[in-house]
Ligand binder design. Structure first.
Ligand code: AMP
Length: 422
């Protein structure tokens, strides 16, 4: 009896040839953008200490309370990283990156893990790219972070999005606002959804984020945080808007944008796309002036964003944006007989060293099926080698597109390749 075949875990996705080329293209654009904005790449481990994420992201967030892939080994508590900001802030603190002087501008990309219910645009292993500016409290940094994020989408040709903007204030502004919000909601507390009732004491601002039907009428008329910002936060918000105007970056103010993560202060933003369905956020971010201190570092103002690569690809597909296909191969060597295969093995190397991609048949198949294979692989040229060719030292060089053939020695073939493929 056949053995049972394995599959991936729910919400974990293979990225196969044909698809992976799109990823490579997007990754190239991200790297190019980072270079243009002068951000340096940082790579942190995929596993962090559970406590870092709990403290950094916040005990009451969905991520920490129910979505962590965490396990213990001996006395160590491991978690598969659910996001990139807390790890970057940890690395910044651990390696004293502030000692390099100036503002640290970092970017990353890679897999993140959250035990969510999978659906379109929501996986358990997904990929984010993101950028962080650590060490600047200035609203210019907020504007640059938003500009970086948007630059990537524009480079890709994905222009159908809305930037939502808000300020979530600082602890002082929030304290005042929380009270106002609780006072407003209290008379109707019993009519709110269960989850919102739970959040009422601990994190009432998250109620504004609720998707529950019964909460909507109360959310619509709720007081907004931007009316309760202290002078510093209000001024900062005003400046960010002013800089975005200078950059011609269009935004919509959304006073109900609170974001799920606890560490945000002042600026919060989200990039949403109408081409994504219910999970409509391409990316999001904000200022997090309290995080570095919260995880044991020195007080360090910072701002950053994270964006999902899967969602970027979904939006591109919906808009028919072509991101690249499986690359063709320059040369396919078709062989007949053992001597020909030996010749081919030596000469693929010469062809590759000359800078052309080259492959050959590994299964001693018939010439006919090798020619078919060359076609399927998109070979531009085929070199056909059999006993006669080896004897005469002249090989059939076939232009696959034009179905034209010539009998040439190997040096002439290299010359032709140089002429035609450069
Ligand atoms: P967050 O870290 O929750 O602010 O998410 C930032 C971005 O990461 C989102 O806007 C999505 O594009 C992406 N993202 C977050 N969670 C998932 C997930 N479970 N699956 C796919 N993409 C995700």
């Amino acid at each position: 009896m056949a053995k049972p075949a394995f599959t991936t875990h729910t919400g974990m996705v293979d990225i196969l040839p044909g698809e992976v080329e799109k990823w490579q293209y997007v990754e190239t654009i991200i790297r190019k953008t980072a270079k243009l904005f002068h951000f340096h790449e940082i790579r942190t481990p995929i596993m962090e200490q559970t406590e870092l994420i709990a403290r950094g992201v916040g005990q009451l967030t969905d991520i920490v309370s129910k979505e962590m892939f965490a396990f213990d080994r001996g006395d160590d508590h491991y978690v598969l990283r659910p996001e990139g900001t807390a790890p970057v802030a940890r690395a910044f603190t651990e390696h004293h990156l502030e000692q390099r002087g100036g503002t640290q501008k970092l970017f990353y990309m890679g897999p993140m893990f959250r035990a969510e219910r999978p659906q379109k645009g929501r996986q358990r292993q997904f990929h984010q790219f993101g950028a962080e500016i650590l060490g600047s409290a200035h609203p210019l940094a907020d504007a640059e972070i938003i500009a970086f994020m948007i630059y990537v989408y524009k480079e890709i040709g994905l222009l159908n999005f809305t930037l939502k903007l808000n300020s979530v204030g600082d602890p002082e502004s929030r304290k005042k606002y929380k009270q106002v919000l609780q006072d407003y909601l209290r008379p109707n507390l019993s009519k709110l959804s269960k989850i919102s009732q739970q959040r009422f004491e601990t994190n009432p601002m998250r109620i504004l984020d609720s998707k529950e039907e019964e909460d909507q009428p109360f959310i619509a008329d709720a007081p907004v945080i931007t009316d309760y910002l202290n002078e510093d936060c209000a001024e900062h918000y005003q400046q960010v808007k002013c800089y975005l105007d200078d950059l011609n970056i269009h935004y919509e103010e959304d006073p109900r944008l609170v974001r799920g993560l606890d560490y945000y202060t002042k600026t919060a933003f989200e990039l949403v796309s109408p081409d994504l369905g219910s999970q409509d956020a391409l990316g999001a971010g904000g200022r997090y002036d309290l995080l570095v201190e919260e995880i044991g570092g020195r007080k360090t103002p910072a701002v950053g964003f994270a964006a999902g690569i899967e969602r970027l690809l979904i939006a591109c597909e919906a808009l028919n944006i072509n991101l690249g296909t499986t690359p063709d191969v320059d040369v396919y060597i078709v062989t007949y007989g053992d001597n020909a295969r030996e010749w081919a093995l030596k000469h693929v190397e010469v062809i590759r060293n000359a800078g052309f991609s080259c492959t050959l048949d590994y299964a001693a198949r018939s010439m006919k099926s090798q020619m078919k294979d060359a076609d399927r692989e998109g070979a531009r040229f085929a070199i056909i080698v059999g006993e006669d060719e080896l004897k005469s030292d002249k090989f059939t060089f076939r232009d696959m597109a034009e179905s034209a053939e010539a009998s040439l020695n190997f040096d002439d073939i290299l010359e032709r390749l140089n002429d035609k493929l450069d």
